[in-house]
Design a binder for this molecule. Sequence first.
Ligand code: ATP
Ligand code: MG
Length: 533
Amino acid sequence: MSEGAVKKEEKPRKFQAIRGTRDLLPPETALWNRVEQTAHTVFGTFGFGEIRSPIFEWTELFARSIGAGTDVVSKEMYVLGLQHDNPTDRDLAHRRETLMFMVVSSSDKSTIDMFTLQTRKFCSDYEAALGKELVYADIGTKVALEYLKDSISYLVEDLLAQTRAGDWQERFDRTVALCKQYLELVEPTIALRPESTASVCRAYIEHGMNSLPQPVKLYYLGPMFRRERPQKGRYRQFYQIGAEVLGGSDAPAIDAEVIEMVMTFFDRLDLQGVQLDINSIGDRNCRPKYIELLRAELLKVKDQLGPDSQRRIETNPLRVLDSKLESEQGIIATLPRIADHLCEDCATHYAAVKHQLKMRGVFFRENWRLVRGLDYYMRTTFEITAQGLGSQNAVCGGGRYDGLVELLGGPPTKGIGFAIGEDRLILSLQESGKAPAQQGRDVYIAWMGERAHATAIRAAKVLRKAGFSVELPPVEQKFGKALGQADKLGAKHALILGDNEVSEGLWTLKTLADGSQAKYTEPDLLEHLRKTM
Ligand code: ATP
Ligand code: MG
């Protein structure tokens, strides 16, 4: 038996995109570009400027703004581990190496004193690190931390007492290992952004944008990350296009103009079946009272609700209104409505927003059950749905979030914004046939012969410079085969360059749709193409 027959060939592993992520390919990417270009154009006409923020931030930024109790923060966020560029960590590692070197390499008195000094310094650095505040930790982590801290203190004392005694190195290593464990627990982590409003507010504060003319109007686009169950219109890496208005005023006209801007954008894209729902969810004055009332009413009908809603009575009763469960709809219809419980300021604001929308010719539906998933919203909230998306039909969510900037350590600031789900927007455009067909080449250059090749290269340069999309085959082909290729690529024209064309200085252009062809000089050809495209 030959060796080859015995040995099983090991096939290299085939990689696939990670669940919930996907590749966007041509021609679909052309549609993505069109959508994004339209956003740049439309938002620009409303005076918005683009902000590009990092795709990861401190976990705490999201926890504080979105709310530690929300699904997004507690279940869906991609949190990354310890920061390896942390200078304290690097410092400590370096000092440890220096100490180790002293232990093995010296014996005179001065180095021993030096060593003791360094050990003390090392330990006090670690102790300082151990004093760090814990931001988010569950009970289990807290207990583990206390235990670690005790063990470390004990080891440090022991270390100092023994200095260079026999098992110093082992104790030292154990101390370092425990300290590392501790640091891993207390060190702030970073997270992939699940949304961008928090980042925009962080940037507003960090760059002192409150001293710019107010309000500051920013928009962004880019990927967001949430660990959700992937399905149609729901991915783990998805894309949002969003905008925020930050500043001193909460004038209802700002709310209305922001909504008008999204609707203009959708209109420009010819998105079908667009439905705008609005609501006011009150503010710090009136919402807590309403939530208590709602909770009390929900408790009365608890037995008739499903397990999810039962749990939400305690955690977030507003979210019960969001329920899609058929069996709960009858009960929800009887619940108290926030519109009847708004404080005077909120009621006035809401009425003015509706008036302002009407002045702008923006059609809306009031939906008292519209509550948003993120904690920071107040007063105006809105959601836009579009056709062809099944149950994931929300293409845009937004609302007012006065006070969020302050919560993140900035000056008192009003804010409103929205985020469009770009993946869903694209899906809806595709489903309604609004996606552009695959874009073929304008010109396929069929050439034969060395001299013709040189002319073909020059022709490609000239045509591309004039903005035409040109396919220049890298090797010579018989004209029949070249025309077949041109057809397959959906080219509009074939430019035929052979010996004759080159010597005459006249180029043959064939229009593939009707098979007609004619000869042109170089300038005439450009002129002709410009007219026909
Ligand atoms: P949903 O109720 O659909 O989960 P949400 O309330 O979590 O949406 P927001 O956080 O307000 O959504 O985000 C705004 C928009 O971003 C949504 O209306 C949706 O179009 C889009 N979006 C949110 N999560 C995803 C996801 N996992 N995949 C694709 N698009 C998403
Ligand atoms: Mg969600």
